[in-house]
Design a protein around this ligand. Structure first.
Ligand code: ZN
Length: 242
């Protein structure tokens, strides 16, 4: 296969990509959400194998709302609303951040409490929370709301100290000593290298002499995975369901 057909495909030699984005606008206390679809078609140029792109934006629909609360109810209708509506794909959200902030906090806290999102989806949820952090200097209200963002322990469900955005499915300090191997024998994990890198398990009270070679670990019937945390240390996350 030539490089040309690898990039552009062999069928019609063009490559099509679709992006959906939204525009929120308002006029006289009525709010409108426009759904737009942008299609970009890449056409290969036969002469020098460069490509040129043609973009078309199509208006799909407009929804009308009498309040931002109605708008919020609409976009959070489905269970995976944060995947369907990514914060970054809705234009002008920041204009209404003061009214939306409490709704966002309530909704993402609920997601973290229920813990039904995948690891990949953590970033979509964080995108919504980040709106509050980005505009917290805009007003006292947004700042106050951003401080209400919460995370919960993936084992005991208790509220975590501080907002743990990157690891919303990790366990709390109190639950760490409950971690065991499959047979119920206590294990603990440490960074394997100085500087906070790597992750190595040991059976507890063996002075780090008896290694535990897996990263999967357990609390009762729940499965967890130990890994090196981004800024050093160890984090123990609920294991992703296949
Ligand atoms: Zn806990």
């Amino acid at each position: 296969m030539s490089l040309f057909s690898k990039i552009f495909g062999t069928k019609d030699n063009s490559k099509r990509q679709e992006y959906v984005h939204y525009v929120l606008s308002d006029s006289k206390n009525v709010y409108y959400l426009k759904k737009m679809k942008k299609t970009i078609v890449m056409f290969p140029d036969r002469i020098n194998t460069n490509a040129h792109a043609e973009a078309k934006t199509k208006h799909v629909y407009t929804k009308k709302f009498r309040s931002l609360f109605e708008f919020w109810k609409y976009i959070t209708k489905s269970k995976k609303w944060y995947v369907e509506y990514q914060a970054g794909t809705i234009e002008n959200l920041e204009k209404h951040i003061e009214i939306l902030a409490p709704f966002i906090v309530q909704a993402t806290n609920k997601l973290r409490r229920e813990m039904e999102f995948s690891e990949k989806e953590i970033y979509s949820i964080a995108g919504w929370d980040n709106l509050l952090f980005r505009y917290k200097d805009k007003s006292e209200l947004v700042l106050k709301e951003s401080q209400k963002l919460k995370a919960y322990c993936a084992n005991c469900g208790s509220e975590r100290l501080g907002f743990i955005q990157r690891y919303p499915k990790s366990i709390c300090h109190e639950c760490l000593p409950k971690v065991t191997d499959k047979n119920g024998r206590s294990v603990e994990f440490f960074n394997s290298h100085i500087g906070g890198y790597g992750c190595q398990g040991y059976y507890s009270e063996t002075n780090q002499q008896e290694k535990y070679e897996l990263d999967v670990c357990y609390i009762d019937d729940k499965e967890f995975v130990a890994e090196e945390a981004r800024f050093g240390g160890i984090v123990i996350n609920l294991k992703e369901k296949p």
